[in-house]
Design a protein around this ligand. Structure first.
Ligand SMILES: NC(=O)c1ccc[n+]([C@@H]2O[C@H](COP(=O)([O-])OP(=O)(O)OC[C@H]3O[C@@H](n4cnc5c(N)ncnc54)[C@H](OP(=O)(O)O)[C@@H]3O)[C@@H](O)[C@H]2O)c1
Length: 238
């Protein structure tokens, strides 16, 4: 009988591309991830997302964190999930935590701003007043973009600090804005076998009128426990 492959061998095709030398001019390699239902939602309408994917997907997310220098989340994910963004489930270092909070509206009690843990950078717009620290986080000013903070400026601010392997962990608005800006090298989407009927969409993008205008991708598919992980290589435009 065939022995199942040990995890490091089974997962090599999935993780090896993350270790390649970044090709983009800013020296960054940027990967985004999402766990979505069959009908394309990452959370219920009230924001519940624990857990869309199964335990293997959770371990996969922690593995991605351990392979990256920085993990980026939008303000709504901090507000809803109060995440730690560490690598508790796998061996390997926790990345620097990066929160996109243009107007500095987040309160200070969230776990990324309190207690022990990896460094947190709070990214906000240059015209917003405030101290250079926020709890245990350091505030970093980044110019505004057409929506929220400018994506190229976010990556430049991280590269300047030696953070070049970047995981965009969510939520949907954040992943979609990096995707739409052409700022992703790779996209991992876990598709879980559940239907939610509505909720927070995985990719809130402007609709196309014609199928010919839709973005179409090549992908490879990896079974991940009871879920399917699709691995999509992309070409950075910025
Ligand atoms: N299933 C999953 O894989 C997964 C993963 C993560 C999160 N989630 C769920 O996702 C939900 C939150 O997702 P969401 O789509 O509502 O919001 P989000 O992506 O977490 O946060 C979006 C917010 O980030 C700030 N932001 C600043 N600059 C930005 C930029 N350049 N691009 C995008 N956002 C920028 C904006 O807030 P300001 O204008 O205030 O700056 C924006 O409204 C939660 O329910 C969470 O549980 C699910």
């Amino acid at each position: 009988m065939d022995q199942p492959l040990p995890d490091p061998v089974r997962f090599a095709p999935l993780y090896a591309p993350l270790l390649a030398v970044p090709e983009a001019a800013d020296g960054c390699f940027v990967i985004a991830r999402a766990a979505q239902s069959l009908d394309g939602y990452i959370a219920t309408r009230d924001g519940e997302s624990f857990w869309v994917g199964g335990p293997e997907d959770l371990a996969h997310t922690h593995r991605l964190r351990s392979l990256c220098d920085a993990v980026v989340v939008g303000a709504s994910t901090v507000r809803t999930d109060n995440p730690q963004l560490t690598t508790r489930l796998v061996a390997g270092p926790s990345p620097v935590r990066v929160v996109l909070d243009t107007e500095r509206r987040l309160a200070g009690h969230y776990r990324v701003f309190t207690g022990e843990g990896p460094e947190t950078l709070l990214l906000c717009a240059p015209d917003i007043a405030g101290d250079s620290t926020f709890g245990t986080a350091r505030a970093v000013k980044v110019r505004r973009g057409s929506y929220g903070l400018d994506i190229e400026a976010i990556l430049a601010a991280l590269a300047e600090r030696g953070l070049r392997r970047i995981l965009i962990e969510g939520g949907g608005i954040t992943v979609a804005s990096f995707l739409q800006s052409g700022a992703l090298d790779r996209l991992h989407v876990t598709i879980a076998p559940l239907l939610m009927g509505g909720g927070i969409p995985a990719f809130p993008l402007p609709p196309v009128d014609r199928l010919a205008d839709a973005s179409r991708f090549g992908w490879t598919i990896h079974p991940l426990g009871g879920d399917l992980l699709v691995d999509i290589p992309l070409i950075r435009r910025v």
